[in-house]
Design a protein around this ligand. Structure first.
Ligand SMILES: [Zn+2]
Ligand SMILES: [Zn+2]
Length: 448
């Protein structure tokens, strides 16, 4: 079988499917993706293929001006009836309110949903398509995050952030001219979300070694390829070079395809994302200012790499002292502390722990023995990771945020955030490993 990393993006899509060495048959529900200079003919062919007459269009004021007006003019010329809702607010946030607005303006006689925008518009449209059962085409206007092709929507519901099951777009089109003219802040954030994969891919491998968690080398290599390109070309992405814009948008679409292939979010997120999730939870709970997903994740990536730098070349952990340290852990204290840190959002985290029982002593011992047994393999992965310094250099050159303080996050909060990253989801990450070998608090005090 040809490797995924050697395929064009279209080859990875529906109806193609691949029986893989990892034991899974990989398939995506996305049917077409075209990023280029003149994508309208491809978009039109797809829309005509659905046999639709009337299209429900969602955009915000910026994306309508930047791309929507022109695209809708062309569709109108082709004789389609357009029901267009342009969000009136300056900033559309992915929450129940904006989904409510979309629902109230949804024209029932529409045969298709067309979203013009990036993260939030896409998240809302995925839900509208999923609820209405109508096909959904995304016209992407910026390269800001990697949720384009995933089948979930990141949403604030009743004051808490959830990954809501929705549906991936049936097709994605994007004009490189529109991308090149999009705000640089979006592209910088997108680069942060790509660089994050340095951490997530390594942690996927580490968990495979420690816990025997499912892993696919082929998917890993696919994402690694766009990651390598990003390390080389990040400056070109922010310069607005059209070919470079195609490359970064592809790098942000592929993780969605990879997650569908793998059936888990491992190829796209690890500890670096959990820094961001925790900051988001705190922003919602305590009313702090929110920053873009990719900005937070970019800073989280640097923090995570700092931890990995610290672990490089380390000798195998001492079993007895790890167990001694583990015995000082109290779940009741943990609950108290996480409630103080997260407020109401802590309840969801505590419920998850109660369901999964991750702090169970016997499974802990099993993991510790597995870590000690496989220490050299784990070290091989960690030693091969790029340094914080290298990635910080890239982020500085593109003018991205590099410090939590730029987002108003205090030093003490960073330390606690790091310690709680292991609790956000049931995913084995760097902080989980450090907890298991009894070094979490020590490393937290030393580095943050
Ligand atoms: Zn596979
Ligand atoms: Zn992300």
């Amino acid at each position: 079988m040809k490797q995924f990393k050697d395929m064009e993006i279209r080859e990875l899509l529906y109806p193609n499917e691949y029986i893989c060495d990892c034991g899974k048959t990989h398939r995506s529900t996305v049917k077409d993706i075209v990023i280029g200079k003149n994508v309208f003919p491809d978009l039109l062919e797809t829309v005509k293929g659905y046999g639709v007459k009337s299209i429900m269009v969602f955009a915000d004021r910026n994306t309508y001006e930047a791309a929507g007006k022109e695209l809708l003019g062309k569709l109108e010329n082709e004789g389609f009836t357009l029901n267009t809702y342009i969000y009136p607010q300056e900033q559309v946030t992915a929450d129940s309110f904006s989904v409510g607005q979309a629902a109230l303006h949804f024209a029932k006689d529409s045969d298709m949903v067309l979203g013009i925008g990036t993260g939030t518009i896409n998240d809302v449209c995925k839900i509208m398509s999923s609820i209405s059962g109508k096909p959904y085409v995304l016209y992407a206007t910026g390269a800001s995050m990697d949720g384009f092709a995933s089948d979930t929507s990141s949403m604030v519901v009743d004051g808490l952030k959830f990954s809501v099951p929705s549906k991936a777009p049936d097709a994605i089109y994007s004009d490189v001219k529109v991308l090149a003219a999009s705000p640089k802040r979006l592209t910088r954030a997108g680069i942060g979300d790509v660089l994050a994969k340095l951490v997530s891919l390594s942690e996927w491998r580490i968990s495979n070694i420690v816990n025997g968690e499912y892993f696919c080398r082929n998917i890993h290599d696919l994402i690694m390829k766009s990651l390598d390109a990003c390390r080389k070309n990040a400056e070109k992405y922010v310069s607005g070079d059209e070919d470079a814009m195609k490359e970064i948008l592809e790098a942000l679409i592929l993780p969605g395809v990879a997650m569908a292939y793998a059936g888990v979010t491992r190829p796209a997120s690890g500890m670096e994302h959990y820094f961001s999730h925790l900051w988001e939870m705190r922003a919602l709970e305590f009313g702090y200012k929110e920053y873009m997903h990719g900005e937070q994740v970019g800073v989280g990536t640097l923090l995570a790499l700092r931890v990995y730098d610290r672990l490089k070349g380390m000798k195998a952990p001492d079993r007895e002292s790890a167990i001694e340290k583990r015995k000082t852990f109290s779940k009741e204290d943990w609950k108290k502390e996480i409630r103080a840190f997260l407020g109401n959002s802590a309840e969801e985290v505590i419920r998850t722990e109660e369901r999964e029982n991750r702090y169970d002593y016997d499974t802990y011992l099993k993991r510790l023995d597995s870590i000690i047994l496989h220490w050299d393999e784990i070290m091989e992965i960690i030693n091969s990771m790029p340094s914080e310094r290298e990635i910080r250099g890239i982020m500085e050159r593109i003018g991205a945020m590099t410090e939590p303080s730029e987002m108003g996050i205090q030093k003490e909060v960073v330390k606690d955030t790091f310690r709680y990253t292991k609790d956000v989801r049931n995913k084995y990450i760097c902080s989980s490993l450090l907890f298991d070998i009894g070094l979490l608090d020590e490393v937290a005090d030393e580095l943050f």
